[in-house]
Design a protein around this ligand. Structure first.
Ligand SMILES: NC(=O)c1ccc[n+]([C@@H]2O[C@H](COP(=O)([O-])OP(=O)(O)OC[C@H]3O[C@@H](n4cnc5c(N)ncnc54)[C@H](OP(=O)(O)O)[C@@H]3O)[C@@H](O)[C@H]2O)c1
Length: 281
């Protein structure tokens, strides 16, 4: 497994996303056993960076993660969660944070992220609250998600505690135009790489657009050459880049094991370039 630094912590470059485990915007309890097994298997296979959010499953996803991590040494896990955009006033943020801790059955969060910016709430207030949680050692590192470059720079300027990670949509299918952010490769990633900020790529496999990756002739050929799958090539292409981590979500044990082995691939610079050209936007 390749490890990347988030603040002072070594974090596996491939983690586990949890969106739609235990519901989307509402809780869905019907597959709890399955999701708990998946999260446990992920940890057993080295995917110890688990990405969740208070908004996922209206809190139920955090509950599933909390249930799944029981029995594993807490210090071996890296748990990221996110505060929702309507909870960015300091008092709301503190309440959200306490709720996340309860749901996750833990007493600290490794990485706490602002899920989305909210122009109606001063960023300073939000970051001061997050800084306080770090000072109290209840949060180890903080960051922002779905912020554009100017807002990332503003967060860096305002926050006394370093902004250690930026989470953005980034994959071969979304390089400079994502749902919420533009110019990931042109602006955001170079800035983060120059400033020791980890970039966590969400939707690294394109979710429902994965078919576009899997059926592309160039990626298929490269996958064959490395005895790998297109998903593994898409992941290694991401994490071979400086400071970049990926958090694919899967409900399949087979895919999970596949994803955990992506970092074993030694992708050449030349093949990386071919992939860039094949998925030019
Ligand atoms: N910060 C944000 O605003 C934000 C937004 C979106 C997502 N996220 C985070 O990023 C995570 C990942 O994004 P995502 O869930 O939207 O999309 P994704 O991880 O790019 O794609 C998930 C899809 O890929 C499939 N898949 C996974 N591994 C595979 C493999 N080895 N081979 C073939 N298919 C594979 C899964 O199907 P199977 O179940 O069949 O494997 C699933 O349908 C989320 O779960 C969430 O934690 C954050």
């Amino acid at each position: 497994m390749i490890y990347k630094k988030i603040s002072d912590y070594n974090v596996p470059a491939v983690g586990l996303g949890t969106w739609e485990m235990g519901g989307g915007e509402q809780a869905d309890y019907s597959h709890d056993r399955h999701w708990i097994t998946i999260i446990r298997s992920a940890i057993e296979n080295g995917l110890t960076h688990i990405d969740t959010a208070e908004m996922y499953g209206n809190g139920h996803t955090e509950e599933l993660v909390g249930e799944a991590i029981k029995g594993f040494p807490r210090q071996n896990l890296f748990i990221t969660t996110k505060v929702w955009l309507t909870h960015l006033r300091s008092n709301d943020l503190f309440s959200s944070f306490e709720k996340s801790l309860r749901q996750l059955q833990t007493d600290y969060i490794d990485l706490y992220l602002v899920h989305h910016p909210n122009p109606d709430i001063p960023l300073e207030e939000t970051l001061m609250a997050m800084n306080r949680l770090v000072e109290q050692k209840r949060v180890r590192a903080i960051g922002v998600s779905n912020f554009d470059i100017s807002l990332i720079k503003e967060a860096v300027r305002i926050s006394s505690v370093p902004i250690s990670a930026v989470q953005i949509e980034y994959s071969l299918l979304a390089r400079n135009s994502g749902i919420y952010t533009q110019n990931q490769e042109k602006e955001i990633i170079p800035y983060c790489q120059e400033n020791q900020i980890a970039v966590i790529a969400w939707r690294p496999l394109g979710k429902t657009n994965y078919i576009r990756l899997a059926t592309n002739d160039v990626i298929k050929k490269i996958a064959e050459k490395y005895h790998a799958t297109p998903a593994q090539i898409a992941l290694i292409w991401l994490i071979a880049q400086k400071n970049i981590l990926a958090i694919p979500k899967t409900g399949s044990l087979e895919h999970l094991i596949e994803n955990s082995k992506a970092s074993d691939i030694d992708l050449s610079m030349e093949d990386g370039k071919l992939l860039r050209e094949a998925f030019e936007e």
